[in-house]
Design a protein around this ligand. Structure first.
Ligand SMILES: NC(=O)c1ccc[n+]([C@@H]2O[C@H](COP(=O)([O-])OP(=O)(O)OC[C@H]3O[C@@H](n4cnc5c(N)ncnc54)[C@H](O)[C@@H]3O)[C@@H](O)[C@H]2O)c1
Ligand SMILES: O=P(O)(O)OC[C@@H](O)[C@@H](O)[C@H](O)[C@H](O)CO
Length: 383
């Protein structure tokens, strides 16, 4: 079985590549990082270290890689033969890889009538839907029917904390032991892949929103509040009492939003929250606040981890103010890091437009939306 995986980065190697290997796939990574591609082809294996008191090292074998800038034709060839395609490149990169994927799928459709599924493993609601939309923007009207028949785009939720790596071996990845990979079953074309560690569900929406609005909402607190307080790592920030108060408050607010939207059991949701807070305190991984805070424009988007749970909280509680989420949003608006393109761009947007217009542009919040006023108060509190 051949899997073609776009993005040989942290989650690509430390999570998807590992699970595909355990399910007996040969994984061909596609990446733009020439050094990573070369190293994978040289070693044809890499280690994943499960970071815990009793750490365990697993060797992932049966891997190769293609540089999509230097060898796009090889990517097309790999797509023609693939049994599964996955991605972990970042939500904003899906549009960029979609053209080459469309070319590969068009070529494949000429000779190979076997169905194929493409699973985007990104932190967003509807990642595979977005990939499909972008791929379809590169094909002709005449190809639509064949694509509809042959290619499935099941949405997915992936959860495993994989920090930026600082290992001597450039391919080794240190990951937290916990993981969850949930995929939408009805969207598959042909057979559902036999990957033991995947949980197949009928409707992904509750799973991805629960994950994004708990794990990632929670993570944003030590990232943005922690950065504001001068902390370097998530673990350091998590030991601060103020951060602990805000994360508990923010997760109670986002919890209310998802519990009321999906009728989740309150006690079970609280257990889920407590477990996540424990994961952020794992002393065996070192995760920089700047990794978790990366891309603040994306993270302040209308459907992402901060604005969406805050506005749903207001809706389901009849207008109660999401104070702790608003504090985190204010810290995200205040996030400064010169090496992060989006952070620099965000500060420029704020300097040019002020907070209210920025919230309109970046977060889709109207000036008279009740959440805008709550955020504004927290921003003013920072000044
Ligand atoms: N790291 C985590 O803890 C984690 C957990 C769950 C989900 N995710 C999600 O997984 C995705 C990837 O995150 P990551 O942490 O692995 O990031 P990363 O930066 O470590 O990896 C991204 C990889 O994509 C490659 N890439 C960039 N542009 C490309 C292109 N045009 N074609 C092919 N490859 C390209 C990069 O070179 C890099 O190797 C994101 O959507 C993220 O939200 C990350
Ligand atoms: O990957 P991002 O930038 O969407 O979010 C940063 C972190 O919160 C994220 O990578 C988590 O570590 C991950 O989602 C855990 O499953």
């Amino acid at each position: 079985m051949l899997a073609v995986h776009f993005g040989a980065g942290n989650i690509g190697r430390g999570f998807i590549g590992l699970l595909l290997n355990q399910a007996n796939y040969h994984t061909t990574f596609v990446d733009v990082n020439a050094a990573t591609v070369e190293e994978i082809n040289k070693k044809q294996q890499y280690n994943v270290v499960l970071a815990a008191e009793e750490s365990e090292t697993v060797t992932v074998k049966n891997v190769s890689a293609i540089n999509s800038i230097a060898d796009p034709d090889k990517v097309i060839e790999a797509i023609r033969e693939a049994d599964l395609i996955t991605t972990a490149v970042g939500p904003n990169i899906l549009a960029i890889i979609s053209e080459l994927i469309a070319k590969g799928l068009s070529e494949r459709a000429k000779t190979n009538k076997k169905p194929l599924n493409l699973i985007a493993c990104e932190n967003m609601v509807g990642g595979s839907d977005l990939l499909k939309e972008k791929v379809y923007s590169h094909i002709t009207e005449a190809e639509h029917n064949a694509f509809d028949e042959l290619y499935g785009f099941p949405n997915a939720a992936v959860d495993r904390i994989v920090p930026n790596q600082v290992n001597e071996d450039p391919l080794e990845v240190s990951v937290e032991p916990y993981f969850e990979w949930v995929v939408e079953e009805p969207a598959f074309k042909g057979e559902v892949p036999a990957i033991n560690s995947v949980t197949y569900v009928e409707d992904l929406k509750p799973y991805i929103e629960r994950k994004l609005f708990t794990v990632n909402t929670g993570h944003a607190v030590p990232a943005y509040i922690g950065r504001q307080m001068g902390y370097k790592t998530i673990n350091e920030a998590m030991h601060d009492e103020k951060v602990q108060e805000i994360i508990k408050g923010a997760l109670a607010e986002s919890g209310e939003a998802v519990i009321q939207t999906y009728d989740f059991d309150r006690a079970e949701h609280q257990e889920y929250i407590d477990k996540i807070i424990g994961r952020f305190m794992n002393p065996y991984i070192s995760d920089d606040v700047t990794r978790v805070a990366r891309g603040p424009i994306r993270k302040l988007g209308a459907n992402d981890r901060l604005i969406r749970p805050a506005s749903v909280y207001m809706e389901v509680t009849g207008g109660k103010e999401p104070t702790y989420l608003a504090k985190t949003i204010a810290a995200a608006l205040n996030y400064k890091f010169d090496e992060d393109k989006e952070a620099v761009e965000l500060q420029q947007i704020i300097a040019d437009n002020g907070i209210v217009k920025t919230l309109e542009k970046v977060s889709g919040l109207a000036a008279d939306h009740p959440l805008t006023g709550v955020i504004l108060r927290e921003v003013e509190g920072l000044e």
